[in-house]
Ligand binder design. Structure first.
Ligand code: GLA
Length: 734
């Protein structure tokens, strides 16, 4: 935090502590303030959220023009949306909360503010909590709901947080999609009525809509200008985001667990803790809000967010289920020869009584299939060692198949409605295990623990989840708690993941869920990265990775070079372009190297070596999205800048190809205007260097003008094609 900001935040705290504005509570980060009015015995209201308030602003702030209740409850406010709705023990459907007390506490990285609310009549309490980080502009908001009544109460609505957003020309940016087309950016103005973004998958939650949004407050969203509020719900299960535009001056934004079919019976003295909603504000446009999420994510959320990721080859698109010792050894030799650092064996390696040759059996039977791998995992680890790389393995521990020894032994471990046949998933046989059941939790923990105990050299786990919860019914939960199933599933999941991380903090774990089904900040504290999509087509990936980068940093976005024609789109994209797209995320390969030519392997080897140079900038740097593929201007461009602004990587991908077309020249962003940068092209395939290769430009020039990038590659005639892309490395010179 710089000195100015430190002074501002001290000022903000002392106002509260000094009692001058005893009823106002200011929650602040280096550049933002959230101001609450918390009069004892009165209503908790939000007065302000946005750019940091100076002391003078705080003093003169017109508290009376406060926006709204900070946590609207149902009962005496019936006509608009609410955050909380409760059926009290005596059947009363109304709630009226007033401020009881305010407490703040500090740790090394954040300040926590807890406003305790109490119902005016019932012993029913809600802690409205905010965690403000000291070095990044994120405030996490959540609630703790406690039943002090004599009997259970029922929560029918229990949002994590509420935020009023001043009407004007507010636009919403959010992600939408489907399997193999995740993370598509949608931008729309907020209009009267209700916008609901939700998920009901049960187990995963980001194939379709995402639990994160951005609000551009100054009209049409811009990447590098304009005020933006960003919000990310940190939850891996069903969620609901609501924006109601009623007759007031504010859009009303609510975020939390999806309460549909999830009414929660809160026992006497039980506390229900809602997941956090991470809020950010930036006046540097959408990219500014993304940078805040990324910094916070890397520093405080993502597992091992401070460690660079290895360059890997994953076996899936190379061999699918055709796993055998020789094939794995060959792939390991190939990736090692290209400079890769890790090999991951995907699906198909396990099964005892039932062999896993297709997707319709054996999940749960996590024993090595010796028919395929006679020397077992030991043999593969020895191979990896021989090639000087690390070894990783695929599992799908939350699931089973009707065709499995696990299911034969424990039919009571699956989620299933009473009296009904289970609805089956992938392969016509897949089922989801009941993570509400502690025995199942032990089993799922054991899948990882057994592997790691037996083979401590395993460096990486790809944790998959290929089925939604299609059956409402826990065979473990009692009849009156069946509506807790979705919530208990994720509590069970959290318990398992906590145990895994307590024992194996350094293990790299990928969250995969039929591709990008688990891109959310709820699960990433246990996972190092996620698989963005089962679609590895470089052109479509530009769109998916662009959207996903709104909320998630490149270090977490697994992005692999795959075969041509692509296995999902059947598009034939030249290797150079596939490399240039994959290199904008956590680089890996998803291909059979045996089928690559010598020249292709050479190009990949060079790219891997060059990626190692830029890896810290890509994985730890700040993103500046420059030209959106969604703008349909024929190209897309973004860059990453090292925090010290001494290094940057610029990406330029042509998305359309026409003769005599006119593409815009792309001004850069995020550089130091006073620094001089030398430009060097990476992954060059052209016969001649670019006109500006090795030349030096000021940051000011690059940000005002950008560089004139040739539309096509100068390569031999037979190598010409309809794709072109550039990756430029910028290094500051003294
Ligand atoms: C899912 C994953 C893929 C692959 C397969 C294996 O579809 O997304 O990457 O691991 O499962 O069955």
């Amino acid at each position: 935090m710089n000195f100015k900001n430190r002074m501002k935040s001290l000022a903000c705290l002392s106002l509260v502590a000094g009692g001058l504005w005893a009823q106002n509570v200011c929650v602040s980060t280096p550049n933002t303030s959230l101001l609450l009015s918390a009069p004892a015995g009165g209503e908790l209201r939000i007065l302000y959220y946005g750019e940091k308030l100076a002391e003078a602003d705080l003093k003169t702030y017109e508290g009376d023009r406060g926006m709204d209740a900070a946590y609207p409850v149902y009962g005496l406010t019936c006509i608009t949306e609410t955050a909380l709705a409760v059926t009290h023990a005596d059947g009363n459907l109304t709630t009226e909360m007033v401020v009881d007390q305010v407490a703040t506490s500090d740790d090394d990285t954040s300040t926590k503010t807890v406003v305790r609310l109490k119902d005016k009549v019932y012993p029913f309490y809600v802690n409205v909590c905010y965690r403000a980080y000291h070095d990044v502009d994120i405030i996490e908001a959540w609630t703790e709901i406690t039943n002090g009544e004599k009997k259970p109460v029922v929560l029918t609505q229990f949002a994590s947080a509420y935020l009023p957003i001043r009407r004007g020309e507010v636009w919403l940016s959010h992600l939408h999609g489907s399997w193999a087309n995740e993370g598509q950016l949608v931008q729309e103005p907020l209009t009267p009525g209700m916008k609901v973004i939700q998920n009901k998958d049960g187990a995963r939650n980001s194939h379709t809509d995402h639990a994160e949004v951005m609000f551009s407050l100054d009209g049409q969203p811009r990447e590098n200008a304009g005020r933006v509020i960003g919000a990310a719900l940190c939850y891996g299960g069903n969620y609901k985001l609501r924006v109601e535009t009623h007759d007031g001056d504010y859009h009303q934004f609510f975020a939390g667990i999806n309460e549909d079919n999830s009414a929660y019976r809160l026992e006497k003295d039980e506390t229900f803790v809602t997941p956090a909603l991470a809020l950010t504000y930036s006046d540097e446009g959408l990219s500014g809000a993304s940078r805040n999420f990324h910094r916070w994510g890397r520093e405080y959320k993502l597992a091992n967010g401070d460690k660079l990721r290895k360059i890997l080859l994953n076996s899936w698109e190379g061999v699918y289920f055709d796993i055998n010792q020789e094939g794995m050894d060959q792939m390991m030799a190939d990736i090692a020869a290209m400079g890769g650092e890790l090999f991951v064996m995907d699906d198909g390696w396990f099964g005892g009584k039932y062999q896993r040759n297709k997707d319709n059996s054996s999940l749960g039977d996590w024993v090595v299939d010796k028919r395929k791998l006679p020397e077992g995992i030991e043999g593969l680890l020895a191979d990896a060692k021989k090639h000087g790389i690390k070894f990783g393995i695929w599992i799908e521990p939350e699931m089973t198949n009707t065709v499995s020894e696990l299911y034969e032994k424990h039919p009571d471990w699956i989620l299933k409605a009473p009296q009904r046949d289970p609805v089956l998933g992938r392969g016509g046989t897949q089922l989801v295990l009941d993570l509400a059941n502690p025995e199942v939790q032990d089993f799922v923990f054991g899948v990882v623990d057994d592997l790691m105990t037996r083979y401590p050299e395993i460096d990486y786990i790809k944790w998959d989840a290929n089925m939604p919860i299609s059956n409402h019914g826990s065979q473990y939960l009692p009849a009156d708690k069946q509506s807790h199933m979705y919530i208990e599933y994720h509590r069970g999941f959290a318990k398992v993941c906590d145990r895994i991380r307590a024992k194996y903090p350094d293990l790299t774990i990928q969250a995969c869920a039929s591709g990008g089904g688990r891109a959310n900040w709820g699960i990433l504290p246990w996972f190092d990265e996620f698989w963005v999509s089962d679609n590895t087509d470089a052109l479509q990936r530009i769109y998916m990775q662009w959207g996903t980068s709104y909320f998630f940093p490149a270090i977490a976005m697994a992005s692999h070079i795959s075969a041509a024609p692509n296995h999902q789109t059947f598009r034939t994209i030249p290797l150079k372009y596939r490399i240039d797209v994959a290199m904008s995320g956590r680089l890996g390969m998803e291909i059979q190297p045996k089928n690559m030519t010598g020249e292709e392997k050479k190009l990949c080897k060079k790219a891997i070596a060059e990626y190692k140079t830029i890896r810290p900038v890509v994985q730890q740097g700040d993103i500046y999205r420059l030209l959106s593929p969604y703008d349909k201007l024929g190209l897309a461009s973004l860059m990453y800048v090292a925090p010290a602004k001494d290094k940057a990587v610029f990406y330029w991908w042509k998305t359309e190809h026409f003769v005599n077309q006119h593409l815009p020249r792309v001004p850069m962003a995020g550089l130091n205007p006073d620094k001089l940068y030398r430009v060097h092209e990476l992954n060059r395939i052209d016969n001649e260097p670019l006109a500006f290769e090795g030349k030096v430009f000021s940051g000011a020039y690059l940000m005002a003008n950008g560089l004139e990038i040739p539309y096509n590659h100068k390569v031999d005639y037979h190598k010409q094609n309809d794709y072109s892309s550039r990756v430029l490395y910028l290094e500051a010179v003294e």
